[in-house]
Write a new protein. Structure first.
Ligand SMILES: C[S@@+](CC[C@H](N)C(=O)[O-])C[C@H]1O[C@@H](n2cnc3c(N)ncnc32)[C@H](O)[C@@H]1O
Length: 248
């Protein structure tokens, strides 16, 4: 690889795509919220944190952090990176919670200052999304914030699915982006690095879930996340971003 514009993006160990090695615009907003003291008393939960890029940045910004991932190897990597990159005082604010969100996480109501979920929710079914959003709303403290980024159908590997997705949207189906066999529509050479089922999301579905859980939506928009590989680019709507807040 030549150096210009190309970055090494490590693969997950469990065929759940790639992990970020730098903070996206959404993750930067999450870290800025931590730096402003949003998670100094009540921790931030980083769901599906991968190798911990956002968790470690939040720690360095002064937050208490619960770094979650379902893969034990990813959890070990977060711990290894914390040991390598963080001070003892920063590490004292880190808890690594290995398990599947939402069913394996048990947290007290009102105990979290923020929840960050980057590139994870497109692996959950509709039922898991419903449960997950309700759980997040329950765990957040009043004024606590939720930061989400996920894949939309508007990525080049899913182009063949867009007419069907838009038909489902027009029919007001509740989960228009659910693909139990993603291979039926997506032929991209790297789809082997993704699970068989995917749930492509959009601003309408995430907004509906957040409102149903009693959250106030501050941002819900489609955009192209900064570190999206060029091979996935389509039309600028490749990523959905949602920021929501629990009312006081
Ligand atoms: C594409 S990676 C994203 C990692 C990181 N959040 C980022 O933005 O780079 C997806 C991660 O979510 C984890 N994951 C997927 N479903 C999960 C679930 N239900 N609960 C916890 N972790 C999950 C995977 O193991 C993987 O590490």
């Amino acid at each position: 690889m030549s150096s210009a514009g190309k970055r090494f993006r490590p693969l997950t160990r469990n065929r759940m795509g790639w992990v970020s090695e730098r903070l996206s615009r959404l993750s930067q907003e999450f870290v800025a919220y931590c730096a402003a003291g949003g998670c100094a008393e009540t921790p931030a939960l980083d769901v599906g944190g991968g190798f911990g890029v956002a968790s470690l940045a939040a720690l360095k910004a002064g937050a208490r952090v619960i770094a979650n991932d379902l893969d034990e190897g990813h959890c070990a990597e977060i711990e290894r990176r914390a040991l390598e990159n963080c001070t003892e005082a920063e590490r004292a604010r880190l808890t690594v919670a290995c398990g599947r969100f939402p069913k394996d996480l048990t947290l007290e109501p009102g105990s979290l200052g923020a929840v960050h979920v980057s590139n994870v929710l497109h692996f959950l079914s509709g039922k898991q999304l419903d449960h997950g959003m309700q759980a997040i709303a329950h765990w957040l403290r009043p004024e606590g914030k939720l930061f989400i980024q996920a894949a939309t159908p508007y990525q080049s590997p899913f182009a063949a699915f867009i007419p069907e997705y838009e038909r489902r949207l027009a029919a007001q189906e509740p989960w228009p982006g659910w693909l139990p066999k993603v291979g039926l529509y997506a032929k991209h050479r790297q789809m082997g690095q993704m699970p068989k089922a995917m749930h492509l999301l959009d601003d309408q579905v995430l907004r509906r879930l957040a409102l149903a859980a009693g959250l106030v939506v501050e941002q819900a928009t489609l955009w192209r996340r900064d570190d999206l590989p060029q091979g996935l680019w389509l039309d600028g709507r490749e990523t959905v971003l949602l920021v929501a807040r629990k009312p006081a």
